[in-house]
Design a protein around this ligand. Structure first.
Ligand code: SAM
Length: 209
């Protein structure tokens, strides 16, 4: 994100923001960087109550854009609250893709790819059959628990297929970090206790325009 801001981007969109607090800590507010949060209307109302309850004040740079990814248009809900569709933007989409249908993932990527110089960072997980047998049972248990909570995993992607989807939706530069690269880059000493192999991925994808 910092690289995009240094390059002149002034719109950050946190897709499926939940209780993410970046917007409250926005270190780029003085540069005029606006943070648009997208989530269900009810989740945003609950978050705003939590912010107030914690004695915090919503910064002016924070703008809520209530949207259901499955049934509503991001283009409409964001432009309604002042997002400029013809200006560059950085999109953060963490912890959300597995909970969406393939159709909502595709339509969200399509929307992002139509924003000039758009960059998106998101995570996804691989299908269960990609896991070695000794890890598969564990990941299926985690998925079953999520489904029991009413949050089933609807979208899992084979890395090559995701790359094709991103290309089809208009992304030109794609960096896809698997578990090995994530642990090497981000986990420091902790990586000694992590079994690498198929699993979660973090992607950075951008369009050229
Ligand atoms: C696991 S949380 C991740 C929250 C945050 N991004 C983070 O990393 O901490 C998933 C978020 O996606 C939102 N979400 C899931 N499906 C959605 C949908 N169809 N429309 C809008 N938001 C959705 C949920 O309400 C929730 O806030």
């Amino acid at each position: 994100m910092a690289g995009c801001i240094a390059g002149g981007v002034r719109q950050v969109v946190v897709l499926g923001a939940g209780l993410d607090t970046f917007s409250l800590r926005n270190p780029f507010a003085d540069l005029g960087v606006q943070v648009f949060e997208v989530d269900y209307a009810a989740t945003q109302s609950w978050k705003r109550e939590r912010i107030k309850g914690a004695g915090l004040v919503e910064p002016q740079s924070l703008i809520f854009a209530p949207t259901d990814f499955e049934t509503e248009s991001l283009s409409e809900s964001l432009s309604r609250v002042g997002f400029k569709l013809n200006q560059p933007a950085f999109f953060q989409w963490l912890g959300v893709v597995p909970y969406l249908t393939n159709a909502a993932v595709s339509s969200t990527l399509k929307f992002i790819s139509e924003i000039p110089q758009a960059v998106v960072v998101f995570d996804y997980a691989e299908p269960f059959q990609n896991y070695p047998a000794e890890r598969r049972a564990n990941v299926i248990t985690v998925a079953e628990r999520a489904a029991a909570r009413g949050e089933p995993w609807l979208s899992l992607f084979d890395p090559p297929k995701l790359r094709v989807l991103l290309r089809c939706e208009g992304f030109e530069t794609i960096e896809d970090l698997g578990l090995l690269e994530i642990t090497e880059r981000l986990y420091g000493d902790l990586q000694r206790n992590i079994t690498v192999g198929p699993g979660p991925h973090i992607v950075r994808a951008s369009v050229a325009r």
